[in-house]
Design a protein around this ligand. Structure first.
Ligand code: SF4
Length: 307
C-alpha cells in the first residue's frame, strides 16, 4: 500500500488504499470466475442489471475483465416490473451505465410478457397470502431467461453478493428447504439443457465492499427502495448476520465455505432435479405448468393440454 489507508478489511486484518482495494475486488471476482470455470472464450453473457448497486458494479467489473477476452460478448438485460416511482430511475441508470461502458442493453417489461404491470397485478391480489416479492421473483426469473434467450446469450450473470448468499442459505435452513440448502452453487448448469447456465461472479464479495467499490468508481445507484419490499425474515437475518460479522470478522466467509463443503458432500448423492417443459410456455418447470404461468392464471385441462 503506497497511498493512505482508505479501508480496513477486518476479516483479513489489512488496511487498503483506494487503488489496492479496487484491485483486490477485481482480483477476487477473477479468482471466483476461474475457480468455478464460469466463462469460456466464446461466451455471450447476459448480465441481469436492475440499476441497483450490485448489478451496476457487476456490469462495471465484467466489462473491465472482458476487455482481455475480445471474443466474449456482454449484453445488459433489465426487467421492468412496472413499479411506479421506483423502477423508472433504475432502468434509466442501467441504460446509462451500459451505454457508457459500450455494452448493449435490452429491456423487457412485465406488461409485454404477462399482460400487466406488477402494480396492476397486485391491485387484483389484495388480501392474498403470497407477498409481492413471491410473484415478482418468479416472474422476473422467467423474464430474464426469456430476454437472455432473445439476445442469443449463452450464460446469465446475476449480482448476488456474499451477504445475499449467506442469508439465502440460512433462510433455506430455517424454512426446512434442505433440497435448496445443499444445491447451492456459484454456477448452476443443467447438462440436459433445460435452462441456460447461471453464474454469480460476486458471490464472495461482501455487500459493503460491493457498495464501496461502486463508490470508489464514482458510480451512482438507485436511491429509492422498492415499495413492496416485505421480506421480514430475510431482513431479520440480515441484521443478525451483520452484527455477528462485526463482532467476529470473517464469519460470513466461514459460512460460505461451509456451504461449498456441504454442497460437495451432497452432490454425488443428489438426483438431477426432475424438470420438464411447461405446457403453456415451454420454459423449464418441475410440474406441467411453470409457477409463472400458474400465477398469470393459465390452467391445464384434465387431459393434460391447455383448455
Ligand atoms: Fe420485486 Fe420484491 Fe424486489 Fe420489489 S423487493 S423488485 S417486489 S422482488
Amino acid at each position: 500500500m503506497r497511498n493512505p489507508a482508505f479501508y480496513r478489511r477486518e476479516y483479513e486484518g489489512i488496511n487498503l488504499c483506494k487503488g489496492c482495494f479496487r484491485s483486490s475486488i477485481e482480483r477476487k471476482v477473477r479468482r471466483t470466475i476461474n475457480e468455478w470455470k464460469m466463462l469460456e472464450p466464446q461466451d455471450h453473457i447476459a448480465i441481469a442489471v436492475s440499476g441497483g448497486k450490485d448489478s451496476v458494479t457487476l456490469l462495471t467489473i465484467l466489462s473491465k475483465l472482458s476487455s482481455r477476452f475480445p471474443s466474449t460478448r456482454l449484453t445488459a438485460v433489465t426487467v421492468d416490473e412496472g413499479i411506479s416511482g421506483y423502477r423508472e430511475e433504475a432502468v434509466a441508470l442501467a441504460s446509462m451505465y451500459a451505454r457508457s461502458l459500450g455494452v448493449q442493453h435490452q429491456t423487457i417489461t412485465f406488461e409485454e410478457l404477462y399482460g400487466q404491470s406488477l402494480d396492476d397485478f397486485l391491485r387484483t391480489k389484495q388480501g392474498e397470502r403470497l407477498t409481492a416479492c413471491s410473484y415478482c421473483g418468479v416472474w422476473r426469473r422467467k423474464a430474464i431467461n426469456l430476454l437472455a434467450k432473445k439476445v442469443g446469450a449463452t450464460k446469465i450473470a446475476t449480482a448476488h453478493n456474499l451477504d445475499d448468499i449467506v442469508q439465502t442459505f440460512l433462510l433455506n435452513l430455517l424454512e426446512g428447504d434442505t433440497e435448496r440448502f445443499v444445491r447451492f452453487s456459484p454456477v448452476l448448469r443443467d447438462p440436459r439443457g433445460f435452462f441456460m447456465p447461471r453464474i454469480k461472479p460476486l458471490c464472495q464479495i461482501p455487500e459493503r465492499e460491493v457498495a464501496l467499490y461502486g463508490f470508489t468508481n464514482g458510480l451512482e445507484f438507485q436511491s429509492a427502495s422498492c415499495p413492496y419490499m416485505t421480506e421480514a425474515l430475510r431482513n431479520e437475518l440480515r441484521s443478525i448476520v451483520n452484527r455477528l460479522e462485526t463482532a467476529h470478522p470473517g464469519i460470513m466467509n466461514s459460512a460460505y465455505r461451509s456451504m461449498i463443503r456441504l454442497r460437495n458432500l451432497a452432490e454425488p448423492t443428489l438426483p438431477p432435479q426432475p424438470l420438464q417443459q411447461c405446457q403453456a410456455c415451454g420454459e423449464p418447470s418441475t410440474l406441467s405448468l411453470c409457477e409463472a404461468c400458474k400465477m398469470v392464471g393459465v390452467t391445464v385441462s384434465p387431459t393434460g393440454g391447455l383448455p
